[in-house]
Design a protein around this ligand. Structure first.
Ligand SMILES: [Zn+2]
Length: 85
């Protein structure tokens, strides 16, 4: 592991390890997480349509899983560029 973690992940990576474990939706908010380091970062709201197919049961379960994770500023996040379709 290098001192400055870098990442190729479009929505950024964990500042500790540079990785991410994907996205968990809580309502229309998209949280990216690193389960190993227990970190999370919010990438935006309603960027992906997937949240519409989910329901409160899923969102509550997602949040219960990440509520205690530390909110961090990800590395390599390219916020200015819209996500690919
Ligand atoms: Zn990590």
């Amino acid at each position: 592991m290098t001192e400055e973690a870098t990442t190729e992940h479009y929505f950024g990576g964990c500042p500790t390890c540079g990785d991410n474990d994907g996205c968990l939706n809580v309502g229309r908010n998209h949280w990216y997480v690193c389960h190993l380091c227990r970190t999370k970062w919010l990438v935006g709201s309603n960027l992906f349509s997937g949240w519409r197919d989910e329901d409160e049961t899923i969102w509550r379960r997602n949040w219960a899983r990440i509520a205690d994770y530390r909110e961090v500023v990800p590395v390599g996040q390219r916020q200015a560029v819209p996500p690919p379709d």
